[in-house]
Design a protein around this ligand. Structure first.
Ligand code: NDP
Ligand code: 8X3
Length: 248
């Protein structure tokens, strides 16, 4: 099996790469931080064949060129994990920064589309494939100060459903994964490097770990061919809804 994971340099994407390596998948690992890609290639490359691709999912030409550059024996991608994405800022709509909005809409929505567009035609031709889109509980519920991030993830929910409608007839499965609060670099990115503020997000309860989401992805992609895992929502043990978290 060949799997391509976007956002493999950190958090959920990295944990998924490690879990897939344990399944002996060949891995195409993507991200922008070259030092992390090199590290991944060294670590996981000792276990399974790894290729890394450095591109920004928001830039269509970069996406197309990177995926086009794959050697022929790596082009038959079986699994695409559309994971790259982030929140930028936590602001009311009236105080929101349009640069943050651009990053979220371009990264979480356009980026997912560009990567999918580069991979899906091959899957259709081969009549097989599995696409895993990483959405969020924020795609199912909108919370105050999160309108644009929530909208970007609501778009992922719609794209997962739409892709499944269009692609099932071509032998391609689509799984939507909607995590709750996962302790990764997510909040540090959202708060622009303010790690103290980021740490507060996970105070007083035990948040999900990236490995928990990777486990669910492995479950979805390992299911027998007669089974499509369409949608998985995973909340932290102390979490009842996006912003309802019981803290000690
Ligand atoms: P991290 O910040 O740890 O990881 C984000 C990853 O996305 C990094 O590998 C980053 O790589 C990559 N990325 C971000 N923007 C771009 C871009 N423009 N081009 C290419 N790669 C990009 O966060 P998580 O692991 O938590 O996030 C992964 C996904 O999970 C995201 O889609 C997020 O929205 C979603 N999610 C996270 C939750 C959480 O609580 N943590 C909950 C629900 C969903 P690099 O910087 O090297 O490019
Ligand atoms: C990340 C989870 O609740 O911070 O998607 O939006 S949340």
């Amino acid at each position: 099996m060949i799997a391509l994971i976007t956002g493999a340099t950190s958090g959920i994407g990295r944990a998924t790469a490690e879990a897939f390596a344990d399944l002996d998948y060949r891995l195409i690992l993507c991200g922008r931080r070259q030092d992390r890609l090199v590290e991944l290639e060294q670590e996981l490359g000792a276990q399974i064949p790894v290729i890394t691709l450095n591109f920004d999912v928001r830039i269509r030409d970069e996406v197309e060129q990177a995926i086009d550059s794959l050697p022929d024996d790596w082009k038959a991608i079986d699994i695409l994990v559309n994971n790259a994405g982030n929140a930028h800022g936590l602001s009311s709509i009236q105080n929101g920064d349009p640069d943050d909005w651009d990053q979220m809409i371009d990264g979480n929505v356009q980026g997912l589309l560009y990567v999918s567009k580069a991979v899906i035609p091959g899957m259709v031709a081969r009549k097989r494939g599995h696409i895993v889109n990483i959405s969020s509980i924020a795609g199912k519920e909108t919370y105050a100060n999160g309108a644009v991030y929530c909208a970007s993830k609501a778009a992922v929910e719609a794209l997962s459903a739409g892709m499944r409608l269009d692609l099932t007839q071509h032998g391609i499965k689509v799984t939507n994964v909607a995590p709750g609060a996962v302790e990764t670099e997510f909040s540090a990115v959202r708060f622009k490097g303010d790690t103290q503020r980021a740490a507060k997000v996970y105070e007083g309860f035990t948040p999900l770990q990236a490995e928990d989401i990777a486990d669910a992805i492995v479950y979805a992609v390992s299911a027998p061919s007669r089974v499509t895992i369409a949608d998985i929502t995973i909340l932290a043990g102390a979490q009842a809804a996006a912003t309802t978290i019981y803290r000690k």
